[in-house]
Design a protein around this ligand. Structure first.
Ligand code: AMP
Length: 183
């Protein structure tokens, strides 16, 4: 098995609150990342699950790097207590910088923005642009409909099985981090 040296993990997740179980899983993720001294890279917001993750990391003495576009500083309430906050000009720059700063990715419960970021990372891997691992953190079956859809896409012969296999889930924070390390 090949173990990568992962020191900075980018987490894509919702700027909405989600359900109580989602927040609990995200706090557990922060605890596990801080315990392993992994730096968090994320979208820099203080709203929703993004804020829960950053606050919990900081409360546990973890390092947090945020990347937020200028236009969202007020809308998503930029987190003012981070180790580093990068304010960039566009969404594209946000994604590019988060991608550059991190060695691996975890995807938490999220909506359009989360899916967009995660699928850009997956398609980049599909095309061979990079080999940075990405794992979806499963909480109460949140990803099950997407897993079913991807399997449906394989049956419909629009998604190759080897590409489908890039989509991986983990049912706990430690399983997710172990999967990234052992990719
Ligand atoms: P959501 O999952 O919709 O709550 O979004 C999670 C995060 O993704 C938020 O910080 C959004 O601003 C961000 N986001 C939404 N659309 C994009 C995009 N096109 N590129 C980069 N980030 C985005």
């Amino acid at each position: 098995m090949y173990f990568t040296n992962v020191q900075r993990v980018c987490v894509y997740l919702s700027s909405s609150d989600g359900l109580p179980a989602h927040a609990a899983a995200i706090r557990a993720l922060a605890g596990e990342m801080a315990r392993r001294r992994i730096t968090l890279v994320y979208g820099g917001a203080h709203r929703g699950l993004m804020g829960v993750l950053a606050d919990e990391m900081l409360a546990r003495g973890g390092r947090v790097i945020g990347v937020i576009p200028r236009a969202l500083v007020d809308l998503e309430v930029a987190h003012r207590g981070l180790t580093e906050l990068h304010v960039v000009d566009t969404m594209h720059e946000r994604k590019a910088l988060m991608f550059t700063l991190a060695e691996a990715f975890i995807v938490g419960p999220g909506g359009m923005g989360t899916l967009e970021e995660a699928f850009e990372t997956l398609t980049g891997m599909q095309l061979g642009y990079h080999a940075k691992p990405i794992v979806f953190l499963e909480v109460d079956g949140f990803w099950a409909p997407l897993v079913a859809f991807l399997d449906h896409s394989v049956r419909a012969e629009v998604l190759r099985p080897e590409v489908r296999s890039l989509f991986r889930t983990a049912s706990s924070a430690s399983e997710a981090l172990d999967a990234l390390l052992a990719w």
